[in-house]
Design a protein around this ligand. Sequence first.
Ligand code: GDP
Length: 192
Amino acid sequence: LHYEKAHFEASYGTIAQLPESNMPEVCFVGRSNVGKSSLMNKLFNHKGLAKVSSQPGKTANVNFFEADGVHFVDLPGYGFARVSGAEKQRWADLIWGYFESERSHNLVISLVDIRHDAQKLDLEMLSYLNQSGLPFIVALTKADKIAKTKQAQQRATLARQLGVDPMACVITSSQTGQGMKELKRFIENACL
Ligand code: GDP
């Protein structure tokens, strides 16, 4: 897969707007500020392709990118405190609506900050993914912010808290590129 060929395709404000497609899809989901844009940009080796989506007042959308016949779907970051209840509901509708829509869900990449214990919304997300039947992995982000010697231990802790297999938790850093090869292997196994 030529990740560097990734380009922006379209942005949708409601799930009803998504055009039908049989193309394999890999989506990215996580708390706002977890490092989703940075990870996508690192994967695509293209700074600024995925935009920081967590700015206050910025409208949440589902953004589609395409590379080599694979859709990469950037779901809105959840858990941003300073937005209205109505806007939070819209974000939730986008995320759950995407998961429930009839599409080729090849892989969900659920992002969780490696530095902290699992938070309520992450537990809800993983609980949903565990019972949904959707194929998913967890990308533990910002690994460069903790000591290398602590990483495996923190992965074990988070895997236990989230109820997922530690082998399905990839330790990543957008700063150092750690975990990108492993992430690509998961993506290619899911899509090709
Ligand atoms: P998003 O809201 O999930 O898209 O998060 P961003 O990608 O915009 O990142 C949020 C903040 O975390 C920014 O200040 C990034 O520079 C920082 N960040 C993201 N990934 C990493 C990482 O792997 N290492 C470090 N040290 N900082 C990161």
